[in-house]
Design a binder for this molecule. Structure first.
Ligand code: TRP
Ligand code: SF4
Length: 402
């Protein structure tokens, strides 16, 4: 991600209560990012409709609950813009415009298309909306001209598609009349020394394919304070000889998906019914962990066990320090501790992790109005940025009719 583009976009589908898997896999990362990047986080309700069109009630009930879960997890409306996708209809217009230039094959080749259809066999996902959903995601990102998208491994192909669509768009529409003259005028505005360096590096890249020269020239451009954004875009495009960069290509920011195991040892997921929800009461947490399955070899207290065969051990790997882990290994293999003893530290750790989350959730549960205000303000801020991009996109595609 370039240093001048520290904007990040990410969305989450409102299809149920958030759990520890979401917290450890996504939300903690958002909370960290919000202080060093300009973050746009949204409720992806249209995305949820692509798979839940036959029963949208879960979406309706999940939208506000999910925003409360975000806030409870520490996502801060002061630091990040929080909004609802369908309240920023610019996403839909950009999606439509991008659909004109997106070859069907690009969408059919996205691996999640076939995977999800097979996984969700009970649903008819041979719909136009489902095929186009990665392109809608591309529009979500490109409408903010984001530099980065925090995603898990499963979504990397969507960011790749986003980059291809952006490249195609810029190639098709980045040629404005008089581009060369405007670019040359912009070079002159950088000042003598910078202009000379820019020209030299550009030449080295265009004539000899010198990648280092390209990188240096890009860094030089990023550091320019006195030229307008439009001129900057021109000069980025001019560097590679093509045209103006209207929609920059974002990077996938791969989050080291701290895989959260579920209560049964499989990945924590609502569809496996093995979750601890962020707002489960402490008694509920305790009950869920106490009834977790353990190594089946430990029928009696005197039967030794093997932590590798036990989902509780997965929790110790996340929540316990070395001493505790040694105590588990020893005690389990020598049958000197019982499984309930072993679960004690896990119960305490999960409760401790959820405590501040519950406290913040309680505040927002009491104050619906505050939550709605946060979203209304986030929507306004997002729309301001989205409208600017869309205006340029419309102009580039010849839709202004002045
Ligand atoms: N497709 C993502 C998911 O299913 C959600 C999403 C929609 C998203 N638009 C996005 C994520 C834009 C990142 C950026 O999880
Ligand atoms: Fe699992 Fe701990 Fe019981 Fe061993 S002692 S089987 S690690 S719960």
């Amino acid at each position: 991600m370039t240093t001048s583009n520290r904007r990040i976009v990410s969305g989450m589908r409102p299809t149920g209560r958030l759990h520890l898997g979401h917290y450890r896999g996504v939300l903690k990362n958002w909370v960290e990012l919000q202080h060093s990047y300009e973050c746009f986080f949204f409720v992806a309700d249209w995305h949820a409709l692509t798979t839940h069109y036959d029963d949208p009630s879960i979406i309706e009930t999940s939208v506000w609950e999910m925003v409360v879960d975000w806030l409870a997890a520490g996502v801060s409306p002061g630091a990040a813009k929080l909004f609802i996708q369908s309240r920023v209809p610019e996403h839909a217009e950009l999606h439509l415009l991008l659909s004109m230039i997106t070859p069907l094959g690009w969408l059919e080749r996205v691996p999640t298309y076939k995977d999800q259809q097979e996984k969700l066999r009970e649903k008819d996902l041979a719909t136009y909306g489902f095929l186009g959903y990665p392109l809608l995601q591309a529009a979500d990102v490109l409408i903010y001209r984001a530099g980065g998208v925090p995603v898990g491994e499963d979504q990397v192909s969507h960011i790749e598609l986003t980059r291809e669509v952006a490249r195609r768009f810029n190639h098709l529409y980045g040629r404005e009349p008089g581009f060369e003259e405007k670019a040359e005028a912009a070079v002159a505005k950088m000042g003598k020394k910078n202009a000379r360096m820019y020209r030299q590096h550009r030449k080295n890249y265009l004539e000899k394919g010198d990648q280092d020269a390209l990188a240096v020239a890009k860094a030089l451009l990023e550091g320019q304070q006195n030229i307008s954004i439009g001129d900057k875009e021109r000069l980025f495009g001019y560097l590679e000889g093509s045209g103006k960069i209207i929609l920059p290509e974002p990077q996938a920011l791969l989050t080291e998906a701290a895989k959260m195991p579920g209560l049964d040892g499989q990945k924590m997921s609502k569809s496996y019914d093995n979750t601890i929800s962020l707002r489960d009461a402490p008694e509920e947490v305790e009950k869920k962990i106490r009834t977790m399955p353990t190594d089946p070899a430990r029928v009696r207290l005197t039967d030794p066990g093997d932590p590798e065969k036990c989902p509780v051990w997965q929790f110790h790997l996340i929540y316990s320090d070395n001493d505790t882990r040694e105590w588990v290994q020893e005690g389990c293999r020598n049958a000197t501790i019982g499984c309930l003893d072993c679960k004690g530290p896990v119960i305490d750790a999960v409760k401790a992790e959820l405590k501040p989350i519950h406290e913040r959730a309680r505040e927002y549960e009491r104050d619906h109005k505050a939550v709605r205000t946060i979203i209304a303000e986030g929507c306004d801020a997002a729309r301001d940025v989205a409208r600017d991009t869309l205006e340029e996109v419309r102009a580039a595609m010849g839709l202004t009719y002045t």
